[in-house]
Design a protein around this ligand. Sequence first.
Ligand code: SAM
Length: 265
Amino acid sequence: MRDFDYKKSLGQNFLKDNNIIKKIVCTPDKKNKNLVIEIGPGAGALSIELVKNYDRVIMYEIDIRLKSILEEKLSDYENYEIIFDDFLNRDVLKDIEKYEYDNLYIVANLPYYVTTPIIMKIIKDNLPINEMVIMIQKEVADRFSSTPGSKEYGQITVFLQYFFEITKVCNVSKNSFIPKPKVDSSVIRMKKRDELLYLKDFNYFEKLVRDSFRFKRKTIKNNLNDYDLNIINSVLSKYGYSINSRSEELSYNIFVDISNELCSK
Ligand code: SAM
């Protein structure tokens, strides 16, 4: 886009690679009514494919300067709404209540400076989504999609994997964007789990996971010495671990089990 003054502070790196755009926007099951939310449509590189493939598209764009560019790009379509506002400040459930849908998706090339706040908002707002396909910074994608035992595995991995099955779709070169960003990117798919494991107290689970990763590479005994280590040890032994194991080795369901056991005492 010639003459557009890209704002680095808003994470404005626009996609220009059609192959990547096709990997992000997959065709949903047409038998259902599909509603998709796009966060940060920019100049509409993804949006144009979304309006072609989904029944309805709701976009949130913070930068009002993109209004005429987006409206021109989408001028052949009517199945969309653009909300020019900060996604983080919106009551999204209220915004979508007027639409009828069977499936709700989120598709976005996210502004990297607010990746985690945006994902946290989606979780805390309890949006009834089926799946998110998002482009994020590669290091962050590696952390989100990592498995127990790998060096990227941490607090945020456990927390997100409680809600989602996370897989990497592809890595994306810096050359796929204009302007070229400093960091590499990846596309990940976050599929909402059909049934979430029962948790007695969600806030307790959050704190337990946070404390478990307080000091990297320390044992559970060291990180959780304020908790009842006998209870923790008896849960861990069911899975072949002990309080001398490290939190990095444990899958999210083990933290759920520990949290529920500690809560009942
Ligand atoms: N989707 C476009 C693409 O792939 O070419 C643009 C992606 S660009 C990485 C991120 C977009 O998010 C920019 O258009 C930026 O203005 C917008 N944005 C940044 N912060 C936002 C926020 N808090 N709420 C809504 N949009 C935001």
